[in-house]
Design a protein around this ligand. Structure first.
Ligand SMILES: NC(=O)c1ccc[n+]([C@@H]2O[C@H](COP(=O)([O-])OP(=O)(O)OC[C@H]3O[C@@H](n4cnc5c(N)ncnc54)[C@H](OP(=O)(O)O)[C@@H]3O)[C@@H](O)[C@H]2O)c1
Length: 305
């Protein structure tokens, strides 16, 4: 399968391209941040007129995994118009172009479409109620995709791993602070189900291989607080867990409102894949192993200087 990955310089996009390029033919679309990657690069700013049809004609994929977005929650609050175009309208345009050309389309969305007030686990049947501009634009993107392309997949994700900038993920936030002996705040009142980005890459491609379509929660099999996640990173790397400071998200000073409960059910995913979904524990072990193997440095070597 020839897969085009948008957002190839991003946390998910770059890991996906690097992990899947042996098994599949991968083309990564970026905006000039990458060089010397083992997979093919195609440059495209998706917001430019004609960029989407040019990209599809150039890459000629069998499938597109659309990871590109403004995924910075607080930056979306500052630029709601730009966030709407990139996160809500572009996915619909891409989905429609794929439907017309017989290209499979997978759109990456977020667990943050929920406001977190449910007393329990969110399933795909629960009605979303976004709290921020980011979450609202991502939800609008889901709807645009599913109405433009009946065969599309929408995957609501949450993940961690190493990134090009070394600063993109929550796991890197804890690693960067704790490795320098500095304290790091961990929210005790935000529960989520993070999945290691390598597991996510593999799961997304399995979903394409199985020709799944429609809405799926694609997160890790275990819910924990962000504080517990920080503690587990500390223990895995042999850092002092006491440096992870228990805090409430309400005292964080973050611009956009955050949900307290982002526990998502993976029942539909595991049933339709016919396979168990990886847990955060094995994911943190892999995050550590990659560190020991020099993966973060290797990743940074692909950054255009
Ligand atoms: N990180 C998480 O835990 C998380 C959680 C839930 C959902 N998600 C979703 O997962 C997806 C991937 O997130 P991520 O964390 O990998 O994001 P990221 O690291 O911020 O990467 C975003 C990617 O989008 C690209 N991009 C931005 N504007 C573009 C444009 N106009 N044209 C083409 N490309 C553009 C960026 O390119 P540049 O590098 O050139 O800016 C970058 O490659 C997003 O859809 C996000 O909403 C992420």
């Amino acid at each position: 399968m020839r897969i085009l990955v948008t957002g190839a310089s991003g946390l998910l996009g770059l890991n996906l391209c690097l992990m899947e390029f042996g098994a599949h033919t991968i083309a990564g679309a970026d905006r000039g941040k990458l060089h010397g990657t083992p997979f093919e690069l195609v440059q495209a700013d998706l917001t430019q007129p004609g960029a989407i049809s040019r990209l599809i004609n150039l890459a000629r994929p069998d499938a597109i995994i659309h990871t590109a977005a403004n995924a910075n929650i607080d930056s979306c609050e500052s630029d709601p118009v730009g966030a709407r175009y990139l996160n809500a309208e572009i996915p619909g345009i891409l989905a429609e172009a794929c439907a017309k050309s017989g290209i499979r389309f997978m759109h990456i969305s977020t667990d943050a479409v929920f406001n977190g007030t449910k007393d329990g686990i969110y399933t795909e049947d629960d009605t979303p109620n976004p709290l921020s501009v980011y979450a609202q634009t991502k939800l609008d993107g889901e709807e645009a995709v599913l109405s433009a392309n009946a065969n599309a997949v929408v995957a609501r994700v949450n993940f961690f791993g190493w990134s090009l900038s070394s600063t993109r993920s929550l796991s890197e936030f804890f690693y960067n602070k704790l490795s320098m002996g500095q304290p790091a705040n961990g929210f005790t009142d935000v529960y989520f189900c993070p999945m290691f980005v390598g597991d996510l890459a593999q799961t997304l491609v399995q979903m394409l291989d199985k020709s799944l379509s429609g809405l799926y929660h694609v997160v890790g099999s275990e819910a924990l607080s962000k504080y517990d996640f920080g503690q587990r990173i500390a223990r895995q790397f042999g850092f002092d867990p006491g440096l992870v400071i228990p805090k409430s998200v309400e005292e964080s000073g973050l611009k956009a409102k955050r949900a307290h409960n982002l526990r998502l059910s993976i029942h539909k995913l595991s049933t339709d894949l016919g396979a168990p979904i990886p847990s955060v524990s094995t994911g943190i072990e892999q995050f550590y192993t990659q560190h020991q193997q020099g993966y973060p440095q290797k990743m940074r070597s692909y950054a255009q200087v």
